[in-house]
Design a protein around this ligand. Structure first.
Ligand code: KIV
Length: 273
């Protein structure tokens, strides 16, 4: 299958992403948490891999993203980093590793850069984290923002419903997006907000806006790999497009494997020494 991978960029940097926005080239982004999947995604030509704190859900089975630790994020990130040749790797600062104060935030970001070899970090929030964002960027670490439905605040929101439908919340989101841009963020993720709001933020801001459930008018799209590949069969939000049904395929393959063992079909003569 042919893809529209831009071969001009041998390595995707934050500058390459900015150039893509400026010439209306959409940015592709997926989550990854391990070496093998990151190898495939990078070979396919993905622009950004996000080592998301969604690892807490899809890799560890927690209900929320809150329990994952900085050490666990560093473990996932270093596995991904060992796989990639071209894409930019962004790593989530997990809940509790940056909200305390800007010194704590900087120390967490430095651990991710030093111990995992990451290229950049992502943080959820606006005004309340601006001091930390500035301090991390001034230390030379690129920061991606994250606004809208920010899963680390799920207990404050109470639901995973669409955010910023009301004017006051929409205005606050626009203000926070400008604050993040002015603080020096190289891009912002907008999660689960009305498409019109996504369009407005992407057109007002100079930096790339990556959407997940933020409509078609933003500068790029991100999905959680387990959702995109159909490994999660229960999760079906409107914004999700599934490209495979891996749950069924892996289930069927595993059943066949069990059957082959039980029936003495596997291994056969040619599969033994
Ligand atoms: O952790 C994650 O996977 C994310 C994406 C949903 C953007 O933050």
């Amino acid at each position: 299958m042919s893809t529209q991978v831009n071969k001009e960029f041998k390595k995707i940097t934050t500058h390459a992403l900015q150039a893509m926005k400026e010439r209306n080239e959409k940015i592709s982004m997926l989550t990854a948490y391990d070496f093998s999947m990151a190898t495939i995604f990078d070979d396919a030509g993905i622009d950004i891999l996000l080592v998301g704190d969604s690892a807490s859900n899809v890799m560890s089975g927690h209900e929320t993203t809150l329990p994952i630790t900085l050490d666990q994020m560093i473990y996932h990130a270093s596995s991904v980093i060992r796989a990639i040749k071209r894409c930019l790797v962004v790593v989530d600062l997990p809940f509790g590793s940056y909200q305390g104060n800007s010194k704590e935030a900087l120390n967490s970001a430095i651990r991710i850069m030093k111990e995992a070899g990451a290229h950049s970090i992502k943080m959820e929030g606006g005004e309340e984290i601006i001091e930390s964002v500035k301090r991390i960027i001034s230390a030379g670490v690129p920061v991606m923002g994250h606004l809208g439905l920010t899963p680390q605040s799920i207990y404050k929101f109470g639901t995973y419903n669409v955010r910023a439908k009301e004017e006051a919340e929409a205005n606050a989101l626009i203000k926070n997006a400008h604050l993040l841009q002015d603080a020096g963020c190289f891009a912002i993720v907008l999660e689960k907000i009305p498409a019109e709001l996504g369009k407005r933020v992407a057109s007002e801001l100079k930096i790339p806006i990556i959407g997940i459930g933020a409509g078609m008018h933003v500068d790029g799209q991100v999905l959680v790999m387990h959702d995109m590949l159909g490994i999660n069969k229960e999760f079906s939000p409107r914004f999700l497009r599934r490209y495979l049904n891996l749950y069924e395929q892996i289930l069927d393959a595993t059943k066949q494997y069990i059957t082959d063992i039980k029936s003495n079909d596997f291994p056969n003569e040619s599969e033994q020494y």
